[in-house]
Design a protein around this ligand. Structure first.
Ligand code: GDP
Length: 279
């Protein structure tokens, strides 16, 4: 929903003002019904010497109306539209060498720090979108909770996710196939879900170090300090350690299941799919 800290988060993640912050103080605009506006922005980044092209698709206006179902449908349609494009490209005899794959590899779902578990809208949204995209739940404005409250809230959110069988990206691994290091790393990241984040575009010098933080009369919370929130772990996972995994799952699992469903709905079936009965 508006005001949950999405724009600040994206700007913190990209270390530049990619998304202009909206004017929340305009009462007239705030009360008007919102249409969601899906806006992709591509940023060229340099991650430890590696060039990375990151496209962020913001969905301002989602969750702001009394009935948010049309907004769900718009986001789902956007994601499936990218799959349609791939399917039509795959079926061409001559492929377009300049074709751009715009599939969404991760959807960060901002859970508001209410302390009360998931709302019905959160459940419905993640259940609808989870089969189509890697959903990673994130608790924004984590500085509004004490560490105990945050831990209890995380636990509650995960209990809801399991109770309502919400399909999220939970750092899957294979005990038999994956190496020990991967299993350990994925278990640790899974244990952090939902990631707590703090966003800020302000920097100060603290003990001789430049830190991104939010300053309050009672202290300073640091965006990149893993004792304060999971921002740095989430950033590293998204842009480095799990970049290929989320892409692979998108292609091999999510896109494949969409493709199979779509083609079977249209009445296509493979010739070698015929049942063979052997006595
Ligand atoms: P958006 O509408 O979801 O894009 O939200 P914005 O990024 O515009 O943020 C809404 C308000 O929340 C702004 O006043 C931000 O300064 C504030 N905000 C953003 N991130 C945080 C955070 O991590 N902690 C706190 N306490 N406030 C935040």
């Amino acid at each position: 929903s508006s005001g949950s800290g999405k724009s600040t988060f994206v700007n913190t993640l990209c270390e530049s003002p990619v998304i202009l912050r909206k004017d929340h103080l305009d009462a007239e605009k705030a009360a008007a019904p919102k249409t969601i506006n899906i806006t992709p922005t591509t940023i060229e980044m340099d991650e430890d010497g590696l060039k990375l092209s990151l496209t962020v698709v913001d969905t301002p206006g989602f969750g702001d109306n009394i009935n948010n179902e049309p907004a769900f449908a718009d986001i789902l349609e956007y994601i499936e539209h990218q799959y349609e494009e791939i399917l039509s490209q795959e079926s061409r005899i001559k492929r377009n060498p300049r074709f751009q794959d715009n599939r969404v590899h991760v959807l960060l779902y901002f859970v508001q720090p209410t302390g009360h578990g998931l709302r019905e809208m959160d459940i419905e949204f993640m259940r609808t979108l989870g089969p189509r995209v890697n959903v990673i739940p994130v608790i924004s404005k984590a500085d509004s909770m004490t560490p105990q409250e945050l831990n209890a809230f995380k636990k509650k959110v995960m209990e809801d996710i399991s109770h309502y069988k919400i399909p999220i990206y939970d750092f899957p691994y294979d005990e038999d196939e994956d190496d020990e290091e991967t299993i350990e790393e994925n278990t640790e990241l899974r244990g952090l879900l939902p990631f707590s984040v703090i966003g800020s575009e302000d920097e100060i010098v603290l003990n001789g170090r430049r830190v991104r933080c939010r300053q309050y009369p009672w202290g300073v919370v640091e965006v990149d300090n893993s004792k304060h929130c999971d921002f740095s772990k989430l950033r590293y996972m998204l842009l480095s350690s799990h970049l290929h995994d989320v892409k692979d799952i998108t292609h091999e699992v999510l896109y494949e299941s969409w493709r199979t469903e779509k083609l079977s709905k249209e009445g296509h079936h493979d010739d070698d799919e015929e049942e063979v009965v052997i006595d």
